[in-house]
Write a protein that binds this ligand. Structure first.
Ligand code: KG4
Ligand code: ZN
Length: 349
């Protein structure tokens, strides 16, 4: 069996995954989440690069081991080309390039945001094309029409903060740890989402804006805390549920509006925030109406992982879309910027 080894190092998760090149079955998906950032309340880029450097080889060995594969079986190598933190991307790119050069393997550079979407192709049920995908993470909020594995149409995106950032900032104001999104989500389960009415920005089309939201949460906390210093502690689950409701409701309204406008009834979510329980329930409820087909990723494919990089790279390999070793990671690689000089290392060497 020939396999492809994929590496993900765009932010603070060091990932490696192995996929069967013949049939596209994902054989392993190893990840090491960097704990070092928690005490700083956010990702520290320099520390992320160093932790990737330390973690990458053990994670690669883990992925090969989990897949019962050996380095000899690796017939192609993929890495995350961008977007992401440049110092972090460089670690994965350098590792992949080194391996590709040493063993004369085809090298594949993967767009991280496309990979979040194509994570839906790892396990059944897989959406048919076209489908709509809401990609929601700490760095991005994108509403995408996916026409095929290489055809992504950006219908809308955030004009300022990403929705994951809005979750994390609200969580910080409520005194929760970092990253606060998952903690807030958990606490929200026992709260009343209607307890506090928080504003939802009205933005034209399919774009989003979340920068005013954090101000609204701050104004609420400051106002109420002036008469009750224990306001946040006394109302924590209700505050979490109200924040979550406002953010998720904004996302769902745009997704449904895009579905109505395009007539596309296959709806998917992707990215770290797609782990949010309320967002998953809301999408599931839509699916239960039988008017929509909905696709909710497994938790392990929501946050950053190399499995999604491997899946995307598998499509590249099918079409022989390779890079040469001079390829540079691009921290701002956009959804629709594609590279593609169709280089095959074998014909170059
Ligand atoms: O995709 P991701 O792992 O990293 C990138 O930003 O690329 O997404 C991380 C984001 C963080 O903002 C985190 O707080 C958010 O996803 N997140 C959640 C949940 N799980 C992760 N936000 C809300 N509810 C969750 N359950
Ligand atoms: Zn991501």
């Amino acid at each position: 069996m020939k396999v492809l080894l994929a590496i993900e190092t765009s932010c603070d998760d060091t990932g490696a995954a192995v996929i069967n090149l013949d049939d596209g079955e994902l054989l392993s998906n190893a990840v090491a989440t960097q704990e070092v950032h928690a005490k700083y309340g956010g990702v520290v880029p320099e520390l992320a690069s160093r932790a990737h450097d330390e973690g990458i080889f053990p994670v690669v060995l883990q992925a090969l081991d989990d897949a019962n594969s050996s380095l000899e079986q690796v017939a192609a190598v993929a890495f995350t080309k961008g977007p992401g933190l440049i110092g972090a991307l460089v670690v994965g790119a350098a590792f992949a390039k080194g391996l590709a050069i040493a063993r004369n393997l085809p090298l594949i550079g993967v767009n991280h945001m496309r990979a979040h979407v194509l994570a839906h192709m790892i396990d059944a049920p897989k959406p048919d094309f076209p489908f709509l995908c809401l990609t929601v993470s700490g760095g991005h909020t994108q509403l995408i029409r996916v026409n095929g594995p290489f055809e992504f149409v950006l219908l809308g995106q955030t004009l300022d903060d990403a929705v994951g950032e809005a979750f994390d900032k609200a969580a910080k104001m409520l005194g929760l740890g970092y990253p606060g999104g998952p903690i807030l989500d958990k606490l929200a389960e026992s709260g009343n989402p209607m307890a506090f009415k928080l504003p939802q920005a009205r933005v034209a089309g399919y774009d989003f804006s979340f920068s005013g939201f954090k101000t609204a949460v701050k104004v609420l906390i400051d106002r109420e805390s002036s008469s009750n210093p224990r306001f946040v502690d006394d109302n924590l689950p209700d505050l979490c549920a109200s924040v979550r409701f406002a953010l998720v409701d904004t996302l769902m309204k745009k997704l449904v509006a895009a579905s109505n406008a395009t007539g596309i009834k296959r709806l998917a979510i992707a990215g770290g925030v797609s782990a949010n329980r309320e967002l998953r329930r809301r999408l599931e409820a839509l699916g239960n109406t039988n008017r929509y087909q909905t696709f909710i990723p497994k938790f392990e494919y929501c946050t950053d992982n190399a499995g999604m990089i491997a899946m995307t790279a598998w499509y590249h390999h099918q079409h022989e879309l390779f890079e040469n070793a001079a390829v540079k990671p691009n921290p701002r690689l956009s959804l629709d910027t594609e590279f593609l000089p169709l280089n095959k290392p074998s014909s170059e060497s």
